[in-house]
Design a protein around this ligand. Structure first.
Ligand SMILES: [Zn+2]
Length: 323
């Protein structure tokens, strides 16, 4: 296939974003536009995010449609090892045997041996785990490259994807910036984004959420001066400075509301109900009369219960540390 033919070979949940970047809907649990992966189709093609284990076949087919066969993928990088981002790592590694798998050093051993990660995910999600995420298959240790504070992925032709450690959402989270396009892959560090309404909500799950680290990571992102943000949930955002400011504001609002519920001694269910009610008017996707499909998608991307649980967990750790 020549370049023009390959570029037009999109469809089936694939969208060309320019600079040879393609958004791939990885269709978590069969849903549209919840989880995105991205292909950077350069001399050394790179996939950012695998999606879940059942997503691996969706991704393989999307890459085939973009002209990337089993021997062609040079790199797979995950922003962090939560199963909606990295659950397909082992399957994708098997499907693309030449690819190196890049991950933060704190996540590397879990990709090689997923047993502890799967156990803890099962504790959080219970019986819903299988339908949501499937089973993370191990990646051969020799194919994993761990990055620390900084790392660099060679995309070929002088183009790079540089990783920057960005904890707060998870202690194994990195953001990645493309040296040519200026795209910043934000993972979950800037929250979740609905392109249709420009709504943004934080992503603050247990057990790692830490407000101060999360705000530091957002400041670090802004200092990289990206041209565009690419959200794993879901898609591109062009108004970079405003969007990152909004991310920080959302974190502060949710933490403040959860703190009030915590100080009032509410149990988790009541705290979730209170924070949901107090924040609802911030989002067009949740407004009365909004498209119910959009509201459902927004809630699936960043569930209020998981967010409040994560913030409560952090507040309790802060209290213990202060004693
Ligand atoms: Zn996520």
């Amino acid at each position: 296939m020549n370049q023009a033919e390959r570029s037009s070979a999109t469809g089936g949940g694939v969208r060309a974003l320019g600079h040879e970047v393609f958004e791939i809907d990885t269709r978590m649990a069969g849903h549209d536009k919840i989880t995105a992966g991205y292909l950077i189709r350069t001399e050394r093609p790179c996939l950012v995010e695998t999606g879940t284990a059942p997503s691996a076949r969706v991704v393989r087919d999307a890459l085939a449609g973009l002209g990337i066969g089993p021997g062609d993928l040079a790199t797979v990088v995950v922003t962090h090892i939560h199963l909606d981002h990295a659950g397909g790592a082992g399957d994708i590694a098997a499907m693309f045997p030449e690819a190196q798998i890049v991950v933060h050093q704190r996540g590397a051993r879990h990709l090689a041996d997923p047993s502890r990660l799967m156990d803890s995910a099962r504790r959080v999600y219970g019986p819903a785990l299988d339908a949501l995420f499937g089973e993370l298959a191990p990646t051969p240790a020799e194919r994993i490259r761990a990055v620390e504070e900084r790392g660099s992925i060679d995309l070929g032709g002088g183009r790079r994807l540089d990783s920057h450690y960005s904890p707060g959402h998870a202690k194994h989270h990195v953001g990645l910036i493309d040296s040519v396009s200026g795209d910043l892959y934000v993972g979950d560090a800037a929250g979740v984004f609905i392109e249709e309404t420009k709504d943004l909500r934080p992503a603050t799950p247990p057990p790692d959420f830490d407000l101060d680290l999360a705000l530091d990571s957002l400041r670090m992102f802004a200092a990289l001066r990206p041209v565009r943000l690419l959200f794993s949930h879901f898609g591109p955002a062009g108004e970079v400075a405003q969007t990152l400011e909004r991310s920080a504001e959302e974190l502060n609002v949710w933490t403040e509301q959860a703190r009030r519920a915590h100080d009032a001694g509410l149990d988790l269910d009541h705290a979730v109900a209170m924070v949901t009610e107090q924040t609802r008017q911030r989002y067009a996707a949740l407004a009365p009369g909004a498209d119910p499909a959009l509201s459902a998608r927004f809630e699936r991307q960043s569930g209020a219960a998981l967010n409040v649980t994560g913030i409560m967990h952090w507040l309790e750790q802060q209290e213990q540390a202060a004693r």
